[in-house]
Design a protein. Sequence first.
Length: 336
Amino acid sequence: MIKTDILIIGAGPVGLFTVFEAGLLKLRCHLIDSLPQPGGQLTEIYPKKPIYDIPGYPSILAGELVDNLMEQIKPFNPGFTLGERAEVIEKTEEGHFRVKTNKGTLHEAPVIAIAGGLGCFEPRKPPISNISEYEDRGVEYIIKDPEFYRDKRVVVAGGGDSALDWTIFLADVASEVTLVHRRTQFRGALDSVEKVMELNAAGKIELITEAQVVGLSGEGKLEKVVIKHKTEGDIEKETDHFVPLFGLAPKLGPIGEWGLNIKKNAIEVDTFDYSTNIPGIFAIGDINTYPGKLKLILCGFHEATLMCQSAFKIINPDKKLSFKYTTVTGVEGLAN
């Protein structure tokens, strides 16, 4: 049983910043996220995408923002349950919330902050009829450990940052890397596109554009893919792994069954402190909705800040909350 003051569901930028604001109030936090690493969409979908509306940063890469947030919350030593989805919630006799993940991990806290972005993410799968037969047998939708592909033949599909970045990285890990994209134009960062072109020209990867993987075959595990090319027809290619990186589709998931007021796949909240209809449960960031809602990271930061003030009063009903400026108190002193 993992016990904490605030259980944060979602380790994206808003969930991470919540740790900082809670830490200033000496509240402990633990985060649950279905993805294998912190950062949410910023890490998983577009780590090299520039963000322009973070105060104090004319431009910052999404992945760099996550790194900075992780550094910012380090003094408060948060806990993480990653690669697991929050599924079941129940009330304890003491009035706390108990949350169980899909892998059976139990968490308990008096306050829950749902910061799940657009909800749980599921991979967008290509329309290949038998793809489910090869999942975890040569087909992976998320690369968790690059070493898993050491000296293996890998076919990557996609044209965004994730597909480009992993193609570049795996060029030095796998024995053979092929990138398949249905267009000649890519959606990823220009420097990544240029690097992929250079690797292709040098013979370190094979780039096949105007094509898509349409077939998979193998006895018990993936052994071959069929690539349909716009002009050359079907191309059969032997491989050990097929990694389609077409992004992640957001879904509210089990949270939608927790008795919260839901409107258009988002959680309705009171803008006083972003509380839900269930006392002790708050929703912040892209997952909530209210009149005038803007789905911006900086708005989520604001929501997290106000939410923590009310969370303190729930957790410490007998203590007086006095607002302190970090310019006066510093951070290290509050973290100890």
